[in-house]
Design a protein around this ligand. Structure first.
Ligand SMILES: Nc1nc2c(c(=O)[nH]1)N[C@H]1C(S)=C(S)[C@@H](COP(=O)(O)O)O[C@H]1N2
Ligand SMILES: [Mo]
Length: 498
């Protein structure tokens, strides 16, 4: 191995030691305070919307993993280069570690949920990295060595890499979700005092199921590490413009009269034909009751939900109290909320996109006004009020499929939460619209499956779908991207029949 390669490896060993020590320290402070998580979260907050949309489109559910791997790769390349330079001038190494520590600490401190202690893991990491640097580049090169500079302690590099691997793995595990998972497993949800009607699904191969199993439910949030909220420590505070601020424990919420309702949740980032929506049975406390107990003051036209990690969403107060099933949900499809979907408590408001209603890991409900407070996505120029736009999608046949000519089932779903879906129509090759059969409806808050029997002639065909909501408004053909208040346009698929 030549001197440069071993110097580069020594640089990697220093960076790995720094990251691993920081990870271990973060397990004691808070998982979000680890420098890679903190820098990643700062990147998530800072990147402009089009980049975020690109990441979600390209990497889907792996967008967060891709970001963390990207940060790791940048760090590794930088560490190798710094290692080579540090062999000649050790100060370069110390400067790089100081920069890493400062950047990590700064990123951690600017997280909304941060406390002063969140700086500690990055600083511990930098100190540990500096110590390893000193040990690995201790000796000057032998007199007469072909390349001047310091000698690298190769055995030390190996020991440092192995040590960093073990410490990092331990930190990752200790800071993991084990404790919260166990607490969630121990939760026994009470029976609801009121159960809403249960929808019935159509059975067509390839059609999205009426209820979405928790494991298949889409996930969208800004959280790089899932916030860990233990039910025993949980407090929900109702604050702001109220007559009586109130606080609830998790047990307080479970002891109330809970209701269970089927509600479809969808994301404003969903594209035409997209899959960022799911339909679940939510168990929870009616939000209107909580607001009535707190006493909403005049002018408090915005209900701000705040998450354990500081994320916020704002919902019109009128929407939370107009009789619809706005819930503080504790259960999803018969289980406590999964960690990724907001355990222990989240908000669900039928009819609004998630970013203006569905705060996960909910710890505070602040009565505010639209004039006084801009929540997370509103600060990034998304619309402050965003009722769900009518949507319809063809699930089967799949785009660009070759299928047998003859009678073919065309099927999909349509939604227009809190207005309801009245009609779905399909057309072939821009011919006349044909009305599809709809699954039985239970109310305006869930999606409806539809199917249509197509007598397909051989050839290449374009299928299009459009839905009409219960107010009589038909989806517009005009294509609009999701920004700033939801996509519009008809979904179409092209198939070949033979
Ligand atoms: N704390 C928190 N809650 C959040 C978000 C978030 O980033 N952080 N994203 C919202 C968005 S944009 C959507 S669409 C829904 C998605 O909920 P799900 O991940 O359970 O499907 O959660 C909402 N609640
Ligand atoms: Mo969303």
């Amino acid at each position: 191995m030549n001197v440069r390669t071993s110097a580069a490896l020594a640089g990697l060993a220093c960076a790995a030691s720094a990251v691993a020590a920081a990870q271990l320290a973060a397990a004691a402070v808070a998982p979000g305070s680890a420098p890679i998580a903190a820098v990643g979260a700062a990147v998530v907050d800072a990147v402009p919307e089009p980049v975020k949309a690109f990441a979600i489109r390209t990497f889907g559910f792996n967008d967060k993993l891709v970001l963390l791997l990207g940060i790791g790769a940048v760090l590794m390349v930088a560490a190798a280069v710094v290692g080579v330079l540090a062999r000649r001038r050790i100060a370069v190494g110390y400067a790089a570690l100081a920069l890493l520590g400062t950047a990590g600490a700064a990123a951690a401190l600017t997280r909304p949920a941060a406390e002063a202690s969140w700086a500690v893991p990055s600083l511990v990491g930098a100190a540990c990295g500096a110590l390893v640097l000193r040990l690995l580049f201790r000796r000057p090169a032998a007199p007469g060595a072909p390349v001047p500079g310091r000698a690298v302690d190769r055995r030390g590099v190996l020991i440092a890499l192995v040590g960093a691997g073990l410490a990092g793995a331990a930190g990752w595990r200790l800071g993991g979700t084990g404790e919260v998972d166990a607490a969630r497993d121990a939760v026994r949800l009470p029976e609801p005092v009121s159960t809403g009607p249960a929808g019935e699904g159509l059975d067509v191969p390839g059609l999205t199921s009426y209820l979405t199993p928790n494991a298949d439910f889409y996930r969208v949030d800004t959280a790089l590490v899932v916030p860990r909220v233990l039910p025993d420590d949980y407090r929900l505070r109702v604050t702001g413009r109220v007559d009586r601020p109130i606080e609830f424990s998790y047990r307080d919420l479970l002891e109330r009269d809970l209701v269970e309702r089927e509600i479809t949740l969808s994301c404003v980032s969903n594209e035409v034909g997209g899959t960022l929506a799911g339909n679940a049975r939510w168990l929870g406390v009616p939000l209107a009751e909580i607001l009535a107990e707190a006493g909403v003051r005049d002018g408090a036209d915005q209900v701000v939900g705040r998450s354990a990690d500081g994320w916020t969403a704002g919902t019109p107060t009128g929407v939370c109290t107009d009789g619809r099933d706005a819930l503080l949900a504790v259960g999803m499809n018969g289980e406590p909320l999964p960690l990724e979907h907001g355990f222990p408590v989240r908000m669900i408001v039928p009819g609004l996109y998630g970013y203006v209603s569905a705060t996960k890991w909910l710890v505070e409900i602040e009565l505010s006004s639209f004039a006084d407070f801009d929540p997370y996505w509103i600060r990034r120029d998304w619309a402050a009020e965003a009722p769900i736009k009518t949507f319809s999608r063809i699930d089967t046949p799949k785009p660009l499929k070759t299928i047998a000519a003859g009678t073919t089932a065309v099927a999909g779903i349509a939604w227009a939460q809190h207005r309801g879906i009245d009609r779905v129509e399909v057309r072939v090759d821009e011919g006349p619209w044909a009305e599809a059969e709809l699954a039985p409806v239970i109310g305006p808050d869930t999606w409806r499956q539809w199917r249509w029997a197509w007598d397909a002639e051989p050839g290449r065909h374009k299928l299009e779908v459009r839905a009409t909501d219960a107010d009589g408004a038909t989806q517009t053909e005009e294509r609009q991207p999701p920004f700033p208040d939801g996509a519009t346009g008809w979904h179409s698929v092209v198939v070949t029949t033979q």
